[in-house]
Design a binder for this molecule. Structure first.
Ligand SMILES: [Zn+2]
Length: 245
């Protein structure tokens, strides 16, 4: 049966001598494994459309029980700007890996929609680190470890929220904060806004470096503490940033 599957390549592995298997995250079927034949040969028409980040309609000989076979791809968006810049590309690859991992945990098609919306924003030139943070925050829901950003995580008070704690799992009010680092009030508000914002509707991200650092610090600590996720692409970003800083 020939099927046209909308999706994005989230990972790829070599297969036999000259082919590869791509894993495509799709809203219809979740992650499907597709053989792309002969992609390592020169002049193969599938080689340019079977690498990570390829986003389009995949025409496949569909096999619900095993690997499908790739026939051709109609690319929807080439993400040209992302591909031109190693920093953007490293974050895009990280989001792909994270989405793939989160999907294994909870196969919700919103993960796909959030991934595509985030990649589009990065490609349009929005701050890629902030977009990645927003995506990471939203993924916490699907991992079943959402932080408490509506009230104090300890006592439930909605008033006098003075800081955030990855250790406690979210907001802390002035009565419950016990020696935690006090973050900027803007960081507290933005954390909640990021958690609820519709990524596709973002039109402006004007955030100081200090606030950005506080936000990403919280999110990374939170992931380290509760997600149990280790991603190679995240390590790659860390090393890349060490070199360039
Ligand atoms: Zn409290």
């Amino acid at each position: 049966m020939i099927e046209k599957v909308e999706g994005i390549v989230v990972s790829e592995v070599d297969y036999k001598e000259s082919s590869k298997i791509i894993n495509v995250l799709s809203p219809q079927y979740g992650v499907i494994g597709i053989i792309a034949k002969g992609t390592k040969k020169v002049n193969n028409n599938l080689s340019s459309v079977s690498s990570k980040l390829t986003y389009g309609y995949f025409h496949v000989k569909y096999n619900s029980k095993g690997l499908s076979t790739l026939l051709e791809v109609d690319v929807i968006d080439k993400f040209k700007n992302i591909k031109r810049d190693i920093s953007l590309m490293s974050y895009a690859l990280y989001l792909l890996e994270l989405a793939d991992r989160v999907y294994k945990h909870d196969n919700d098609k919103q993960i796909y929609e959030l991934l595509i919306a985030s990649l589009k924003k990065i490609d349009e030139g929005y701050d890629y680190k902030v977009i990645a943070n927003i995506f990471e925050l939203k993924m916490l829901d699907f991992l079943g470890i959402r932080p408490v950003v509506d009230e104090c995580v300890n006592c439930g008070s909605k008033h006098d929220i003075v800081t955030i704690s990855s250790y406690k799992g979210g907001y802390l009010c002035k009565d419950c904060a016990r020696g935690e680092v006090i973050v900027n009030i803007k960081t507290i508000k933005l954390l909640r806004m990021f958690y609820y914002v519709d990524i596709s509707k973002i039109t402006k991200l004007d955030i100081s470096d200090k606030i950005k650092n506080e936000l990403s610090q919280f999110i990374y600590d939170y992931y380290d503490r509760y997600s149990g996720i280790y991603l190679k692409s995240r390590d790659f970003i860390k090393n890349l940033e060490k070199i360039s800083s």
